[in-house]
Design a protein around this ligand. Structure first.
Ligand code: ARG
Length: 458
């Protein structure tokens, strides 16, 4: 099983340690299906160009079909001696069909081959991830739809700021995930270009039609410079950057779920199947899943740094360094897929505790801005009204009550513009309803946004 692809040049076999160090088959075998997809298109193009005979093409198709069956059955043995997935498959093909298998590599190199394989693979994964993200958006919309009127404190500096609805809060994440999907779609444009035909680095002397291969593989266009084609990994960096930002969004939502589930907040509960207990403290129910999502966001950011660092000093064109692109990329995709699958289900299992959310609003003078706006509408300059309300808050705080619990006479001490219509603006429900414009927290607006997103996602 010695690797004879280039060994004619050497006096002695490669050292065992070096073989293990340089082989990528332990991880790149997962590109096998896309490697075969690329090879079949390449062979078809070569046949059309008169470089391969019809009978060679038929043999290659038959052999590859058998290899695919072996991969599905798990019976194909990957050999370390054959270094990587490309040479493993080529060798197996040659075992099956003889010389036609050896002719497949005409007019290409592993350099353009591997760049093509990763693009084909990542294109599928990226589409899968975009679908999973849409499902998470649907899950958030379902919960938001039930809570367009559920008041909770909106925070700034993690201090109670103004009332918002729980639905409105969740819609903020629907927006973030919408931008994440836009980024994936944008990255896909540059991902969906064909490197094949660049061969090792300079192009090939055969009469290839790269456009034909591109069309067969569903690529939008071909990479326009052969040196760039084999050495470009921008698409991997862009994808991982989009993934890191997506994981950052998930990490932020996770942090909120964790805080909300703490008994100090008690805004929500997560379904038991997403939590774990403690081996020593019988009372514990821990939000392990969101904690782990928050933790795993770190490794994706790490993969992004790894890929940027991998590329930063590479001269043109292909260098073996590029083999190091795969593990960070694979782990990024695996982490994202697992995280998104679990997350949509977890969101659907959120149990909301509206009474606790409302109680927290009432403890934080969340309608102070509404009182200030009320005075402004009656003619007081905003700075004076801000001052008047601040003093009213101090009185309420010293009495241990909410602004709405102060009597009209007490409130009028701070401004004689206050009349008994003031109590309408001091309720959290009134506060929500008053913010009735695009992007505001009024229940009517939240319902509009939910409709808008459902149409966008349909
Ligand atoms: N396994 C290699 C990789 O993943 C394939 C390309 C090898 N090319 C070469 N010239 N050694 O990058």
């Amino acid at each position: 099983m010695n690797n004879k692809t280039w060994s004619g040049r050497f006096d002695e076999p490669v050292s065992e340690l070096v073989k293990q160090y340089t082989a990528s088959i332990p991880f790149d075998h997962r590109l096998a299906r896309h490697d075969i997809q690329g090879s079949l298109a390449h062979a078809q193009m070569l046949c059309k160009a008169g470089v391969l005979s019809e009978s060679d093409l038929a043999d290659i198709r038959r052999g590859m079909a058998e290899i695919l069956e072996e991969i599905d059955a798990g019976s194909l043995k990957w050999s370390l001696d054959l270094e990587d997935v490309h040479m493993n498959i080529e060798r197996r093909l040659t075992e099956k069909i003889g010389d036609a298998g050896k002719r497949l590599h005409t007019g290409r190199s592993r350099n353009d081959q591997v760049a093509t394989d990763i693009r084909l693979w990542l294109r599928d994964e990226s589409d899968h991830i975009s679908g999973l993200l849409a499902d998470l958006q649907h899950a958030l919309l379902d919960v938001a739809a039930e809570h367009s009127e559920t008041v909770m404190p909106g925070f700034t500096h993690l201090q109670v700021a103004q009332p918002v609805s729980f639905g409105h809060h969740l819609l903020a994440y629907v927006e973030m995930f919408g931008r994440d999907r836009e980024r994936l779609a944008d990255c896909r444009k540059r991902l969906n270009r064909l490197p094949l035909g660049a061969a090792a680095l300079a192009g090939t002397t055969y009469p290839v039609s790269r456009e034909t291969t591109a069309r067969l593989l569903g690529f939008d266009e071909v990479c326009q410079n052969s040196l760039d084609a084999v050495s470009d990994r921008d698409f991997a960096i862009e994808f991982t950057a989009a993934a890191a930002l997506l994981m950052t969004h998930l990490s932020r939502l996770s942090e909120e779920l964790i805080v909300w589930m703490s008994p100090r907040f008690a805004f929500i509960d997560l379904a038991d199947r997403f939590c774990t207990g403690s081996s020593i403290m019988p009372q514990k129910k821990n939000p392990d899943v969101p904690e782990l999502v928050r933790g795993k966001s770190a490794r994706i950011t790490g993969h992004l740094m790894a890929l940027l660092t991998l590329m930063k000093s590479q001269p043109l064109a292909y260098n073996k360094d590029n083999q190091e692109d795969k593990e960070p990329l694979f782990d990024t995709v695996d982490t994202l897929v697992q995280t998104l699958k679990i997350y949509a289900e977890m969101v659907r299992g959120i149990r909301v505790k509206p009474e606790n959310m409302r109680a927290a609003v009432m403890q934080g003078f969340a309608t102070a801005t509404d009182l200030a706006d009320y005075l402004v509408k009656k003619g007081l300059p905003f700075r004076d009204s801000h001052e008047a309300v601040a003093r009213a808050v101090r009185l309420a705080e010293s009495k241990g009550v909410d602004l709405a619990d102060l009597s009209l006479a007490e409130l009028q001490n701070f401004s004689d513009l206050i009349a008994d219509d003031v109590y309408r603006v001091l309720t959290p429900e009134g506060s929500l309803k008053a913010r009735n414009h695009t992007g505001g927290t009024a229940p009517e607006q939240v319902r509009r946004q939910i409709e808008r997103w459902r149409k966008l996602l349909a």
